[in-house]
Ligand binder design. Structure first.
Ligand SMILES: [Fe+2]
Length: 264
């Protein structure tokens, strides 16, 4: 018992505004994946959810479709494109994609003093046809921070700390449930043994290779093409629908607050 209290105390001591060891502990124990599975059952024909992870930052800049989130980050360019739809394939215009990823050196901006600003983060709104497109650099697999108590636990279990290469998304649209998910790169060495149990086959994507459309036979950047399908927002229970607006507002605020806590 004392050992467990000491372990949790160490998890608390190493946690600060840039490092969240409690989320990492939950992730590496598989608790986060289990909660995600229970709370976000895959809707029929909807896109699977995946873990938020500890590196999300609110407030990434909104950029025009086609822009790059990579700045001057060294790495191989990749284009991500596809469509956001609702039920029955209806394109969702003005859906917001909040995207973030680690640099090819395996570090997120908040872990790396050489990355400035909101590097490798951006927000994009779908066009009237529901389509999105942006550029980035190809992600690589990376180890979760293992120089603290979570690392001790992983080694005691004989486990490696690596996550397969991936790109995170939060997608929101009016009238639809927010989708927290990620795309995982096929062929990654750690796709079958993700340290935080987040990778899913339905979210695994390959790179499409093509020629540039300039007639010179040059190679265009590799592309990832993936369509996201959102689930309609759950209807309010009749008991809440019948309530006067004055009493319904605090309930709505509480729901928003719960969602925000989940997204930290
Ligand atoms: Fe990640």
């Amino acid at each position: 018992m004392e050992d467990r209290i000491e372990f949790l105390t160490a998890v608390g001591h190493i946690t600060d505004d840039k490092r969240q060891e409690f989320i990492l502990l939950s992730d590496t124990l598989g608790v986060s994946a289990m909660v995600d599975l229970v709370r976000h059952r895959r809707p029929e024909h909807g896109t699977d959810s995946s873990l938020l992870g500890p590196f999300y930052r609110n407030g990434a800049p909104e950029q025009p479709l086609g822009a790059s989130i990579a700045g001057d980050t060294p790495g191989e360019t990749v284009v991500l494109r596809g469509q956001v739809t609702g039920a029955h394939g209806r394109p969702l215009a003005d859906a917001l994609l909040d995207v973030w990823q680690a640099a090819p050196n395996g570090k997120y901006d908040i872990q790396d003093e050489h990355q400035t600003g909101m590097n490798l983060r951006g927000r994009f709104r779908t066009g009237v046809d529901g389509r999105y497109e942006f550029r980035s650099v190809k992600p690589k697999s990376y180890p979760v921070p293992d120089d603290g108590p979570v690392g001790v636990l992983l080694r005691a279990q004989g486990r490696h700390p690596y996550r397969p290469a991936h790109i995170h998304f939060i997608i929101t649209a009016d009238g639809y449930e927010p989708l927290i998910t990620a795309l995982y790169i096929a062929g990654d060495s750690y796709i079958e043994s993700d340290a935080v149990f987040g990778a899913k086959q339905s979210l695994t994507v390959g790179y499409h290779k093509s020629r540039a459309a300039n007639g010179k036979g040059e190679r265009a950047p590799d592309a990832i093409e993936f369509d996201f399908t959102l689930a309609a927002a759950a209807a309010q229970p009749p008991s809440q629908r019948l309530r006067p607006a004055r009493t319904a507002r605090p309930a709505a605020r509480a729901r928003q607050s719960r969602r925000r806590r989940h997204a930290i």
